[in-house]
Design a protein around this ligand. Sequence first.
Ligand SMILES: [Zn+2]
Length: 335
Amino acid sequence: MAIESNQGTVSSQGAVSNQGAVSNQGKVLVVGGTHGNEPNAPWLLDAWARQPDRLQASGLALCRLLGNPEALAEARRYGERDLNRSFDPQLLADPKRLERELVRARALVAAHGPEGADPCLVALDLHSTTAAMGNALVLYGRRAADLALAAALQLELGLPIYLHEADRHQSGFLVERWPCGLVIEVGPVPQGVLTATVIEQTSLALEAALAQLAGARQGRLAQPAQLVVHRHRCSLDLPRQADGSPAALIHPRRQHRDWQPLLPGDPLFLAADGSTIAYAPPADLEGQPAWPVFINEAAYGEKGIALSLTTRETWPVQPAWAGALQALAARLVST
Ligand SMILES: [Zn+2]
C-alpha cells in the first residue's frame, strides 16, 4: 500500500524552514495506521490515493501518510514500542534510543513536522478502538487551537471529547509534536478488521475537521457557548492473581458502556467465582460520578488498563481559542 503525500505549494518561507528557521506556512497532516493493527484508516488513505478528487473539498493542501507501515504490514500494533507513545521530546533527542518506532517518529518529525522538509501545522491522527467509544475526539492537554477545533466539531457533529492530560504513565503522543492536532477515535471494531461503518465514521469526522480548518483559515469558525469534555483522572486495571493473570472480567453490565456514568456500588468487574466486584471510587473521585472510556480496549491490557475514568465537565468556550486556531489556520497552504 503506497501512500504518497500530496505535492502542494511550499512557500518560500517553508523552504527557509529547511535551514532551521521556524516554518511560516504548512499543510495538514493526515495520519492513519499509527497502530499497525488498525487497518480502517489506512484503507481510507489508500482509497483517497486512488481517487484524488476525494478529500479535496476543503481546499487545504494535505499530506496523507501511514504512521507505521512496517507494523501495518505485520498486522501488529507496533514492532518494538508503541509509535503513539514515541514522540516525547527527550526520547526523540536521545541518540542512544534506536527502537524502530523511535527512528520512525524522528523521520516523521523531520519530514512533516512544523519545521520539517514538507512542513505541516496540524496533525489529524486516525485511530480505531475495540472499545465502544463511537466516534470520538481525543485531545492531549489544553492547547487553545486544539480546543477550538474540538469545540467546532462538537458543535457540528456532537462528538464526545476525551481530554487526556496529567497521566504520567502515558505520554509522547504523535499529535503533540504539531502546533495543533487531535485524534479521531472510532469503535468498537476488532483489531485487524475492516468495517464499513468505522470507515464511514472516520471519513465523516475527518472531512468535518478539514472543513472547520478551512473555515478557520478564512476567519469563519463557529464555536458553541460551552464545551463538554471528559477529563482523564485515572486508569483502573483488572483485579489480578498473584502471577499477574486476570482474576476478574469487565462486568457484563459495564462492557460497551463507554461514556456512561459509573456510580459507587455499580457492578464493575465479574470474578471467576461469579461474584460481582462493585466500583469503589478513588479518593479524589468520591462524591461524583466517573465516566469510563476505553473500557476493555484490547491494546491496553499490556499497559495494565482495563478502563480509564474521567469526569464530565462543561467549560465556557474562550474566544482566545478560536483566535489561536484562526491565526494558525491562516498559515495553512491551499491546493
Ligand atoms: Zn490506535
